[in-house]
Design a protein around this ligand. Structure first.
Ligand SMILES: CC(C)(COP(=O)(O)OP(=O)(O)OC[C@H]1O[C@@H](n2cnc3c(N)ncnc32)[C@H](O)[C@@H]1OP(=O)(O)O)[C@@H](O)C(=O)NCCC(=O)NCCS
Length: 153
């Protein structure tokens, strides 16, 4: 099995937006998370500070991570792995690949917000050395968000 990664910016929005939107929908199905349409993904990618990284198993995209960089800080906007490919280390692999890219891009700290009851995601982030540093009250319609931070090594 070959695992690979690709990074996309606004130039690739036409090719990738439909695919990422489908993965987002299938990944968040059954949750109250807002699904990102292809148009929303395209317009996010048109921002020069926002990019997406996909993870592939052989010829299939199995998940993606989207982030925004502001000087030495990055914010992970979303990270999702298709249900059929979970529990195989893909979430950790894409995060670790992202850390390598972040180091090249002179990022010092990475932040994210995660729904306080999203146990799988919180556990994934903790396993990859994120720490909870705060909470945003009523950030989601139904729950608070935990703010988590990773300091680049
Ligand atoms: C969160 C998510 C990305 C994890 O992806 P994954 O590929 O299954 O994660 P991994 O296989 O790399 O797991 C790494 C670690 O995460 C944690 N983890 C993953 N799934 C878990 C689950 N269902 N319950 C508890 N912990 C879990 C474990 O600590 C695991 O380490 P272990 O395998 O040594 O136990 C995936 O479940 C997902 O896409 N969920 C829906 C989208 C989402 O909620 N994204 C986060 C938005 S902030």
């Amino acid at each position: 099995m070959t695992i690979s990664f690709a990074v996309y910016d606004g130039l690739a929005k036409g090719i990738i937006a439909e695919k990422l939107s489908k993965i987002h929908r299938l990944s968040f199905q059954g949750s109250v998370e807002q699904i990102w349409t292809p148009v929303e993904i395209s317009s996010l990618l048109l921002n020069p500070d926002t990019r997406a990284m996909t993870i592939w198993q052989n010829a299939q995209v199995t998940g993606f991570l989207m982030w925004r960089q502001a000087r030495e800080e990055a914010e992970i906007l979303t990270l999702c792995i298709l249900p059929a490919f979970r529990g195989q280390g893909m979430g950790s692999q894409i995060l670790q690949k992202f850390y390598l890219l972040a180091a090249k891009n002179k990022i010092a700290e990475i932040f994210l917000e995660v729904r306080e009851n999203n146990a799988a995601a919180i556990s994934l982030y903790e396993k990859n050395a994120f720490k909870a540093v705060g909470r945003r009250k009523n950030y989601y319609s139904d729950k608070d968000a935990l703010i988590m931070k990773y300091i680049m090594k």
